[in-house]
Write a protein that binds this ligand. Structure first.
Ligand code: PNS
Length: 160
């Protein structure tokens, strides 16, 4: 039986912390779907298609395994996508207790909705302070985001 998982997120933009979790998860599952999901509670910086392109380029640059698929999802429940692709697991990176508090109700609801389990993974502590919102803020104020994001994202943000 194929072990298929989904790593969902806004990825606006993908950070080194995300990439770390994607790499670890790619080693644990036969197939890993990195899914860009529109989060209506956040003000977006990048269009979904750009987030997908930057994820694809960053994953390729990092040499992460060929078992990773990047996709986007904007209609319906996240678990509908998971069910469609035969995934029984969602993977979420957890940096702190704040993330645990945010993710726990969603994990329970997703299990109730479709029997999809959520696996929490710890990124390298070197990335514990990194978030897309911090990157968006530093970038918009003209700061250097290269310590926080993959090179393709840093190049893109410098051009924008
Ligand atoms: O990177 P983010 O913004 O923290 O990602 C949050 C995201 C997109 C994973 C979350 O908002 C989500 O799971 N959205 C899917 C909508 C859904 O299915 N909701 C019902 C069950 S929680």
């Amino acid at each position: 039986m194929q072990r298929i998982a989904v790593v969902p997120g806004s990825f606006d933009p993908v950070t080194l912390g995300h990439l770390d979790v994607i790499e670890r998860a790619a080693g644990l599952f036969d197939e890993l779907h990195v899914l860009v999901v529109h989060n209506p509670s956040k003000v977006a910086l990048l269009p979904i298609s750009e987030r997908v392109s930057l994820l694809e380029e960053s994953i390729r640059d990092a040499g992460i395994g060929g078992n990773v698929v990047v996709a986007s999802w904007s209609v319906g429940l996240l678990v509908d996508y998971a069910t469609d692709v035969g995934a029984s697991v969602l993977v979420k990176g957890i940096r702190s207790q704040v993330d645990v508090a945010y993710e726990t109700p969603m994990a329970i609801v997703n299990r109730h909705l479709a029997g999809v389990e959520t696996v929490f993974m710890l990124p390298d502590p070197a990335h514990a302070h990194v978030s897309s919102s911090l990157v968006r803020q530093v970038s918009s104020l003209g700061g250097d985001v290269t310590p926080y994001v993959p090179a393709p994202v840093a190049r893109f943000l410098q051009r924008s």
